[in-house]
Design a protein around this ligand. Structure first.
Ligand SMILES: [Zn+2]
Ligand SMILES: [Zn+2]
Length: 417
């Protein structure tokens, strides 16, 4: 096996400390505590399911949605972040918290999830700044030629938490961005807004999935890998970033991904561009798998934890699947694997399927575009040749059944083209 290596590695590698207990907002470590459900492989922070993806994926997904000229992709990302976080921030407050505590919690939640550092000290003058950013890192790694403000997610986050803390609906606009060479990203709060926010419902976590196939066996002890990864400190360091596996990780509410992908697909469908949109999301998932999983398979963590279990070539795949299950991608398992040729997988509670079902109800066609792309990307990573671009598109992947279409699980078929 050889792995493509073309992106620069993470620029920040500061050691971990957890400055979460402060004189004002108490017990933040406890409030931010991760709960991992061993039955569904879900990661829960503050009563909400979060999914771990890396800066390459998050920047690419944003680039796809904002870069499609026929729709207002920036509004999709901004409003989804606003809606999710205006509600989510309340899950971290306690009755005795002061206003100052709440601003501090908003900054620390942002950092804890891995998005970067926010400074609310000038909030009374209508200014918030950020000295490190998961999204800027993603754009600098993947879109080096870009010279535009890229912190749309942060604009939405700020609009959301300002509403969650003060009840005020405001506009937040990024005036300077580190992606354009500024020292810090600067956000200006505009209080002239008159329309208010509608909250989306919090997703329930009650779906009962059922496998329909026998899963293949390997030499990989998936439970051991998942336990080890759940114990790893995948929360923000002093810069609010999560450098791990040679990438930056971030914990993002699954319903944020659901909202932006559903609204992207709907907006594109109105323009007659449904298949283009589907292919773009598949592409994002595939590139994500090649990049993130490449970072994982060449990381120190892999050599220490997983490599000792690998006895035959096929075990690499099972090791990678175990890692993705620990990251909350979908509780999926291998049904059949012929190295280099084909792969069949079954996902028991992928967040795309469950989110679609909750927001939109049943669908006629499968809806797990990211996982479909990821499945192709895993094969391209393990069996392809050359750079990321050369590998992407070498395998065909299809979702043959989906929870969204009245099935008890989702199934994916990948084949060499
Ligand atoms: Zn910025
Ligand atoms: Zn599905």
């Amino acid at each position: 096996m050889s792995f493509p290596k073309e992106y620069p590695e993470q620029r920040y590698t500061a050691t971990h400390s957890q400055p979460m207990n402060t004189p004002t907002a108490k017990n933040l470590t406890q409030r931010f505590n991760l709960k991992f459900d061993p039955h569904t492989y879900r990661r829960i922070i503050g009563k909400k399911e979060v999914v771990i993806h890396c800066h390459h994926y998050n920047a690419r997904l944003q680039n796809i949605i904002e870069g499609t000229k026929q729709i207002n992709g920036k509004a999709i990302i901004l409003s989804a972040a606003e809606e999710i976080f205006s509600d989510y921030i309340h899950n971290f407050f306690e009755p005795e918290d002061t206003l100052a505590d709440k601003w501090q919690i908003a900054a620390k939640l942002y950092a804890h999830l891995g998005y970067g550092c926010l400074d609310f000290s000038q909030i009374s003058q209508g200014i918030v700044t950020s000295s490190s950013s998961h999204f800027v890192e993603g754009w600098k790694a993947g879109f080096i030629e870009s010279n535009c403000p890229v912190c749309t997610f942060t604009e939405g986050y700020l609009q959301g938490v300002i509403h969650g803390i003060t009840g005020e609906s405001v506009y937040v606009r990024e005036k300077a961005c580190m992606n354009m060479g500024a020292d810090t990203c600067q956000f200006i709060i505009d209080q002239s807004r008159t329309n208010s926010i509608t909250y989306p419902p919090q997703r329930s976590l009650n779906f009962k999935s059922k496998p329909t196939s026998q899963f293949a066996k390997s030499n990989i002890d998936e439970g051991k890998i998942i336990n080890a990864l759940v114990e790893m400190p995948f929360y923000g360091n002093n810069q609010g970033l999560v450098p791990a596996f040679n990438v930056y990780l971030a914990n993002t509410p699954a319903d944020f991904y659901n909202l932006i992908c559903i609204r992207f697909m709907e907006s594109m469908k109105k323009q007659g561009l449904f298949s283009t949109a589907k292919n773009l999301l598949l592409f994002a998932g595939e590139v994500c798998a090649v990049n993130t999983l490449r970072g994982i398979i060449i990381s120190a963590e892999w050599y220490e934890l997983i490599a000792p279990m690998v006895q035959e070539e096929s075990d690499n795949l099972y090791g990678l699947i175990a890692v993705t299950n620990a990251l909350g991608w979908g509780n999926w398992h291998v049904i059949n694997y012929e190295p280099g040729e084909r792969l069949q997988m079954e996902a028991l509670n992928g967040y795309e399927a469950l989110g679609y079902l909750e927001y939109k109800g049943e669908a006629k066609e499968p809806q797990c575009f990211t996982l479909t792309g990821v499945a192709a990307g895993i094969m391209a990573l393990l069996h392809g040749e050359g750079t990321v671009e050369e590998r992407v598109g070498t395998y065909a992947s299809e979702e043959s059944q989906c929870i969204c279409c009245q099935e008890t699980s989702c199934k994916f078929q990948v084949e060499l083209l």
